[in-house]
Design a protein around this ligand. Structure first.
Ligand code: SAM
Length: 226
């Protein structure tokens, strides 16, 4: 029987049984240099939106093999990578060897349960929302708010349905896969207004949205100070 999109643990554990498979599903290639260069780009966006401070505890939702964690962790106090797939976390553990301020945490796929309330300075999630149902995206926005300290910052992104390249992604999936045979991890786009609505309804302040490369939509905001 085909896997259900919402059964994230089963879907993503089976997609990451080898390092090569995990890299392919995270980025579409296995070239370590390109992997690092792309991670630097993501780090730049995080710097430009929510900022990176040496005293920060950062948490990533859906950290995969630690692509971003490896380049971000040298600039912060602590980096916590959460992922639904124990296989992804196993590969991340080997990639992050020696980076003593990193920590990995398996999660259920629907929440950040093991992480205490008001305990981290910044939460981000990148290249993950396209794999989640809309309700589960919003549940993670709520969870981010719960685990953030007052004034803590949150960033999320997705492919933008309203962008030229995002529309291509939509059309490619629509025409490539008949309704009955869509893969469980097929990418589903967002829009800037969707992300903005999630952050505002979750109670984030100073909510901002932007687009990039005619492909990405991203949003960021801060937990109110009190
Ligand atoms: C495309 S990869 C991106 C990984 C990483 N964020 C990066 O940019 O390199 C998507 C990741 O999200 C994880 N994931 C999928 N569904 C999840 C869920 N419901 N909760 C937490 N992680 C999830 C997958 O296991 C995978 O590691």
């Amino acid at each position: 029987m085909s896997q259900l999109r919402g059964d994230y643990k089963s879907v993503w554990t089976s997609l990451s049984t080898t390092k090569e498979d995990a890299y392919m599903v995270v980025s579409g290639y296995t070239d370590e240099d390109k992997f690092t260069a792309d991670a630097e780009d993501t780090l730049d966006i995080i710097r430009e939106t929510i900022g990176v401070r040496p005293t920060d505890t950062f948490l990533e939702i859906g950290c995969g093999v630690g692509r971003v964690g490896r380049v971000l962790s040298p600039f912060v106090q602590e980096w916590i990578g959460c992922d639904v797939s124990p296989n992804m976390l196993g590969i991340a553990k080997r990639r992050l060897l020696g980076l003593t301020n990193t920590r990995l945490q398996e999660v259920s796929g629907y929440d950040l349960q093991p992480i205490p309330d008001n305990s981290v300075d910044a939460v981000y999630t990148t290249v993950v929302f396209m794999h989640l149902e809309e309700w589960d995206r919003y549940n993670y926005v709520l969870e981010a708010k719960r685990v953030l300290k007052p004034s803590g910052r949150f960033y999320c992104d997705n492919v933008d349905l309203a962008s030229k390249e995002g529309w291509k992604v939509f059309e490619e999936s629509r025409t490539k896969f008949p309704a009955q045979s869509r893969p469980a991890q097929i990418s589903k786009c967002s829009t800037q207004p969707e992300l903005e609505a999630f952050l505002k309804n979750a109670g984030f302040a100073d909510v901002r949205v932007a687009g990039r490369l005619d492909f990405w939509a991203y949003a960021w905001g801060a937990k109110p100070a009190s």
